[in-house]
Design a protein. Structure first.
Length: 320
């Protein structure tokens, strides 16, 4: 007997009712009832993940669940928000219990790390598609916008860039070692930089998460802020795994500059706050690297170790 819609929700999604301070009512009624405490602003974002577009068809159901939530949490991180709840609109071609069980295990593995309750959703039949909406809280006036960068600010990036794109480039490669596994881990289970975003509330002038590639995403910040920037190719943070396998990539620099899906944060920081930034990120044990400087002249420029211009392609994934 196939599972009914209500049995499916109960078995795989409603079972893990987390107690959360701002959730008055979660799954089970026509709407969830959510509270925004006084002095706090609600940040809301929604993203859809589609098989073959946002993740490879052969990705495991647990990774699909984990990643679908991670990419949404990354948007909250980029605003400096603390995640508060999420909803899930799931379209599946059939009620495959093995798939649902693994998908929900991956999804809740990440949700539980942030004590994040699933407060509602929808289930429909059709080609696999996962829409997740997240809500998070920011103290009033503290949201990190794309529009705040000023000439003279330093440009920073968390973690390392190009790892997820490197994993895509290595797909189908017969060799599998620890560095391969690490890069695929970055593609399949990105780490949303929530704690980093919350620390940046008091430090950064602008912030974005790197989902479409550094050139494209930093470009959005510069455009919104009405400024430009110069970044230094040799400063861009590369992971040890990436460096170990770098000679296998046709254009490693292009992966670092233009590769998406890393979900690191790229932010701009006024010079007088840089010492504090280093101290706070050391406490967090989150790597953060200065990659360049904001300039008054619009546009993004990149220089190599000899100070020569590196041509930048208009990178970034575009759906249309
Ligand atoms: P309605 O028809 O009133 O929209 P539904 O039958 O779609 O209600 O859903 C019943 C309850 O289950 C609602 O509270 C809804 O938010 C919740 N729900 C439905 N699908 C999901 C899901 N995939 N994950 C979590 N909650 C869900
Ligand atoms: Mg409904």
């Amino acid at each position: 007997m196939a599972l009914s819609e209500f049995e499916l929700i109960e078995r795989y999604f409603a079972g893990r009712r987390a107690v959360a301070p701002n959730v008055l009512l979660g799954i089970g009624d026509d709407c969830a009832l959510l509270k925004v405490p006084p002095g706090m602003t609600l940040a809301v974002s929604v993203d859809t993940s589609i098989a073959g577009v946002h993740f490879p068809d052969d990705m495991s159901p647990a990774d699909v669940g984990y990643r679908s939530l991670a990419v949404n949490l990354s948007d909250l991180a980029a605003m400096g928000a603390e995640p508060s709840w999420f909803t899930l609109a799931l379209t599946i071609s059939r009620a495959d219990e093995a798939w649902l069980s693994e998908f929900s295990a991956g999804l809740f593995e990440l949700a539980e790390r942030f004590s994040l309750p699933l407060v509602g959703g929808d289930v429909t039949r059709g080609p696999l598609s996962i829409s997740i909406q997240v809500g998070g809280l920011i103290p009033d006036g503290k949201a990190l916008l794309r529009s705040g960068a000023r000439a003279g600010d330093a440009v920073y990036a968390t973690g390392s860039l190009g790892d997820a794109a490197a994993a895509l480039a290595l797909r189908g490669d017969a060799q599998v070692g620890p560095s391969h596994r690490e890069l695929f881990g970055r593609l399949h289970r990105p780490t949303p930089r929530i704690e980093a975003g919350m620390v940046l509330r008091d430090l950064a002038s602008a912030c974005i998460d790197v989902s479409d590639g550094l050139v494209a995403d930093l470009g959005h910040v510069l455009k919104r802020s009405g400024v430009g920037a110069r970044i230094e190719l040799q400063c861009l943070p590369r992971s040890a795994a990436f460096r170990e396998l770098a000679e296998q990539f046709a254009e490693p620099d292009a992966l670092v500059l233009g590769g998406g899906d890393d979900y690191e944060l790229c932010c701009t920081v006024p010079p007088e706050r840089e010492v504090l930034l280093q101290a706070r990120f050391a406490e967090l044990q989150c790597p953060i690297t200065r990659i360049g400087r904001v300039e008054a002249e619009p546009g993004l420029r990149c220089v190599d170790a000899r100070g020569e211009d590196v041509p930048l392609r208009d990178a970034g994934y575009r759906h249309f």
